[in-house]
Design a protein around this ligand. Structure first.
Ligand code: NAD
Ligand code: MG
Length: 389
């Protein structure tokens, strides 16, 4: 077990989100192991203030500068330092005062602070998969350079990471990412064309933020996770496979060269991979409900329907082609999801928008960081222009 004397000081970037709030639950349940040192939010000032008053961090950052005064005033009677703006997120990520970043911002916005934390030598608990989708080569190179552990929080990648403990000398033949299939498993385009926001937001097994819920409904989430896995585990695209497993009990699997397969299992609860990442290499006790093999469920497995859920097909193309294509795809997807959530485009229009953007933006085989930022901006502008956002 971890010692009481050296509590890990956690910086939660994106503390007001689904992952962020669950990370705070883990800290609250284990006050002898962890403290919340930094909390950041984009615009939810009210929740950030409540969290700050409860957890008494050293620093909070509110992204939206219009909310700064309100947060500052609410915390005036405390010692908590309050900063605001995009640059502040990066500056705070580079500070010495914390031990681990929990990267729980959603989307491309998480990239810069995470990169700064890596370059400051901070271990990362990585929920923000988009960081690796956009610039996985650069992030992983920097992680090696600064000897930074990248511990996945995404449940599938946490599962693979857990399966690999003790296997450093053994080659991976392939990994098998499990996918729940989302709320529209088995549906066809004639149904999907009429799907609305609220239906798509309702995931059968997980309660998550809006963006990842839509990504799960379109299967883009699994595509992003294939790319995330490539970088995290240094795999060739041919080693990454997906199987639909609607019950979300097996969180993913690793098949080794001898054909042996390891799986990591449990009831779906994001607090498990969050606390595993925070406490690694230790496991900490909890009283979460346990999976019961005696209950009358069966575990099912089937092939993903990439003809219907074409986002997964597009992500496989991006994974295989590499370069700036995953970055472009991610940017177009962020615009598509944003527009869908505001009822500006239909469910299937999201795929068209992404595909047209991937065709339009110039391919760069070996991009640098600036190329990624430029590709992201170009892809966003082009995608937004298609739907007159
Ligand atoms: P969420 O929308 O619930 O929360 C996002 C957090 O990021 C909030 O705190 C918000 O204030 C902050 N944020 C949003 N935009 C920002 C910006 N421009 N600048 C600074 N901060 C910003 O999202 P979530 O579901 O918690 O997901 C967070 C990340 O974790 C995503 O990358 C997601 O793919 C990944 N993830 C989530 C789950 C899950 O169960 N929710 C599971 C696996 C992976
Ligand atoms: Mg996942």
């Amino acid at each position: 077990m971890l010692q009481n004397s050296n509590k890990k000081r956690i910086a939660i970037f994106g503390s007001t989100g689904s992952i962020g709030t669950q990370a705070l639950d883990v800290i609250e349940a284990n006050p002898h192991l962890f403290t919340a040192e930094v909390l950041t939010a984009n615009s939810n000032d009210q929740l950030l203030i409540e969290q700050a008053l409860k957890f008494q961090p050293n620093i909070v950052v509110i992204g939206d500068e219009r909310k700064y005064n309100k947060v500052k005033e609410a915390l005036a009677s405390t010692d908590i330092k309050v900063f605001t703006g995009e640059q502040a997120l990066e500056d705070v990520a580079a500070l010495d005062c914390y031990d681990m970043m929990l990267a729980a911002i959603v989307g491309f916005a998480g990239l810069k602070p995470t990169l700064k934390a890596v370059q400051a030598g901070k271990p990362i608990g990585l929920a923000n998969k988009e960081t690796l989708v956009v610039a996985g080569d650069i992030i992983m190179q920097e992680a090696i350079k600064y000897r930074v552990p990248m511990i996945p929080v995404d449940s599938e990648h946490s599962a693979i990471f857990q399966c690999l403990v003790g296997e450093t000398r053994n080659k991976i033949e392939k990994i098998i990412l499990t996918a729940s299939g989302g709320p529209f498993l088995g549906r066809k385009p004639n149904f999907l064309v009429n799907v609305k926001r609220d239906h798509a937001l309702h995931h059968p097994n997980w309660n998550m933020g809006a963006k990842i819920s839509i990504d799960s409904a379109t299967l883009m989430n699994k595509g992003l996770e294939m790319i995330e896995a490539k970088w995290l585990f240094d795999l060739h695209h041919s080693q990454i496979s997906v199987v639909v497993h609607p019950q979300s009990i097996i969180h993913s699997m690793v098949q080794f060269e001898d054909g042996s397969i390891k799986a990591q299992m449990g009831l779906p609860d994001m607090k498990l991979p969050i606390q595993y990442a925070m406490a690694f290499p230790h496991r900490i006790r909890n009283n979460f409900p346990r999976y019961d093999f005696m209950r009358p469920d069966t575990l099912n497995f089937e092939e993903p329907d990439i003809k219907t859920f074409r986002n997964l097909y597009l992500a496989q193309i991006a994974l295989e082609k590499g370069g700036n294509l995953p970055c472009v795809m991610n940017a177009a997807n962020e615009i598509a999801v944003y527009a869908f959530l505001r009822n500006r485009i239909g469910f299937l229009d999201m795929t068209d928008l992404i595909e047209r953007t991937m065709e339009k933006i110039t391919f760069i085989e070996k991009p640098g960081l600036d190329d990624y930022f430029e590709s992201d901006a170009d892809a966003r502008n082009f995608a937004a222009s298609l739907i007159k956002l």
